[in-house]
Design a protein around this ligand. Structure first.
Ligand code: SF4
Ligand code: SF4
Length: 220
């Protein structure tokens, strides 16, 4: 999800790579679940998140949409986002002890927080959202914080997915409602609804689907 903000107001003003040490250590988040509440529609699920929930929790997109997530317009496309529900606007995966019940399978945005990403010139860097989390005094290497296997492959995928979404946003801004709707349905179908093969790695499957999608939309 794109945000229009002044980085100097929300961060320490520095941009990082995954090899950098950053003041991120939240002490296991003991006694805090602030970033699992009132997140509105900001925890957008990408195909890798859905693959993880399928392979690690046997939950399909339809299962997620049955109370845990909803389809929302994000930068011109319809994508699944985690729902915040109840009096305290809490994520439905938060358990009675204020802990994440799907911690090992939690979405990429949850693994990233309180870091953010800024995209520029076909690349991205990480930044620390200093206003979003009151903890984080000891330094942790970003690659460790992200808790994501095969991080170089993941970062390549993140860049590719972001680039595709940007291409789609640009393409659809010039199309009528009927074509926009058809494109949104196609993306949801190809990247979210069609089951992933749990016997195969995610990335080759993703790139096969992405090749088909780029060809479908006439991207080089
Ligand atoms: S706000 Fe910070 S300390 Fe609290 S749960 Fe989120 S990351 Fe952990
Ligand atoms: S998935 Fe887990 S970490 Fe993410 S918002 Fe929900 S409870 Fe919090």
């Amino acid at each position: 999800m794109k945000r229009s903000v002044d980085l100097s107001e929300i961060s320490d003003g520095r941009l990082y790579r995954s090899s950098d040490l950053v003041k991120l250590d939240t002490g296991g988040c003991t006694g805090c679940s602030a970033c699992c509440h009132q997140m509105e529609s900001t925890i957008v699920l990408d195909p890798y998140d859905v693959w993880r929930m399928y392979t690690m929790r046997a939950m399909t997109l339809e299962d997620l949409l049955d109370g845990h997530a909803s389809l929302t317009v994000v930068d011109g496309l319809v994508l699944p986002v985690l729902s915040m529900t109840g009096e305290y606007e809490a994520c439905t995966f938060l358990d009675g002890n204020g802990r994440c019940s799907i911690h090992d399978a939690r979405p990429g945005i949850c693994r990233l927080f309180p870091l953010g990403r800024i995209y520029e010139g076909g690349d991205f860097r990480y930044f620390l959202q200093t206003k979003e989390c009151g903890r984080g005094k000891a330094k942790v290497r970003i690659r460790r914080w992200l808790d994501t296997p095969d991080l170089p492959l993941y970062e390549k995928y993140i860049l590719d997915w972001h680039g595709f979404l940007e291409q789609m946003e640009h393409l659809l801004s010039e199309e009528d409602d009927t074509l926009r709707k058809a494109a949104c349905i196609y993306i949801l179908q190809v990247f979210y609804r069609v089951r992933w093969d749990p016997e195969r790695e995610f990335y080759p499957q993703y790139h096969e689907r992405m090749d088909a999608a780029r060809s479908h939309f006439g991207f080089a």
